[in-house]
Design a protein around this ligand. Structure first.
Ligand code: COA
Length: 284
């Protein structure tokens, strides 16, 4: 067993693990981690094969996210997940990042708790399955792409609500899936915005922010109209009753719970209540 940093050549190995686990990340997502955190992503290698992964990504010096904690099924319960997590924590400690956050699956939660992570709030993954190619209202909801000035306004607001600047990620999402980037102004107020990703098996809406019900609904309807994939996913804030109601009315159903956890002082919590959905558990 060899625990080491993850270079670009390991992307197929990482993708193999997330595909086996039924996770939605693509080559572009792995490359995003490596580009933003070239020394902060780790793999466990055995016989030349990647059998475990963990990634980190920094948001200014405010906090960092740990994600992609994945171990090949055949290698579980041998301490590999814990070793990868300890390595990620050590890397962030050495980078003077005091606050670490992550979104834990029920399987991952015990190892995080043992290493000092505490619960912040609950998130729920909602999923919708439908026959492919059924985006019927796409024409009627066609809209102009976000202008640069609008993007800047969104990034400023997102920094307040998320707790740190993550415009480098939102910009990348905008470039890769401009069709999912949207904003809602009501009486000249920016009351909603959202981005999305075309994942491995599903289109993924998030972050999805809305300050009014009408803004939330408009964004969800636009997403449904724009995507023609069979499977759609949204990682919804469990406390957001409006988002849950809208999702249910549109044919989504809860598929699995996630727990947001942090280690160290939670000095930049943002305003999580403003979000209908997070970007994704690997990014926050
Ligand atoms: C969660 C996950 C990463 C854990 O990986 P892992 O390598 O099995 O983790 P560890 O071996 O360090 O710990 C798992 C358990 O095995 C136990 N264990 C560790 N070494 C052991 C050994 N030699 N013998 C017996 N048990 C052992 C640990 O105490 C731990 O027990 P617990 O679940 O009761 O706390 C893995 O199950 C996985 O990839 N799951 C799917 C993806 C996922 O949910 N990832 C988490 C994202 S938040």
């Amino acid at each position: 067993m060899h625990l080491r940093t993850m270079p670009e050549q390991d992307v197929p190995g990482g993708l193999r693990l997330n595909t086996l686990a039924g996770w939605n990340q693509t080559v572009a997502d792995w490359q995003r981690f490596l580009k933003n955190s070239p020394r902060g992503c780790f793999v466990m290698e055995h016989d030349g094969k990647v059998v475990g992964t963990a990634t980190t990504i920094r948001y200014e010096s405010r906090f960092a996210w740990i994600g992609m904690v994945l171990v090949d099924q055949e290698y579980r319960k041998q301490g590999i997940g814990t070793a990868l997590l300890k390595k990620a924590i050590e890397h962030l400690d050495n980078s003077n990042i005091r606050t670490m956050k992550l979104d834990a699956t029920p399987q991952g939660k015990p190892i995080y708790t043992k290493l000092g992570f505490v619960e912040e709030y609950e998130i729920e993954r909602w999923l919708r399955k439908r026959p492919a190619g059924t985006s019927s209202t796409a024409q009627s909801l066609a809209r102009a792409p976000l202008r640069e000035t609008h993007r800047e306004q969104i990034f400023r607001l997102d920094k307040k609500l998320f707790g740190a600047d993550r415009s480098f990620l939102l910009r990348a999402l905008c470039e890769e899936a401009l069709e999912f980037a949207t904003a809602v102004w009501e009486q000249e107020l920016l009351n909603g915005y959202a981005f999305g990703r075309r994942g491995l098996f599903a289109d993924h809406l998030g972050p999805w922010m809305a300050r009014t019900r009408t803004a939330a609904e408009k964004i969800l309807q636009q997403f449904l109209a724009t995507s023609s994939r069979e499977t759609l996913i949204v990682d919804c804030m469990k406390s957001n009753a409006v988002a849950a109601e809208l999702l249910r009315a549109c044919g989504f159903a809860p598929s699995r719970p996630l727990t947001r956890m942090f280690r160290g002082p939670n000095a930049y919590p943002g305003k999580p209540e403003s979000f209908c959905a997070i970007l994704g558990p690997e990014f926050g």
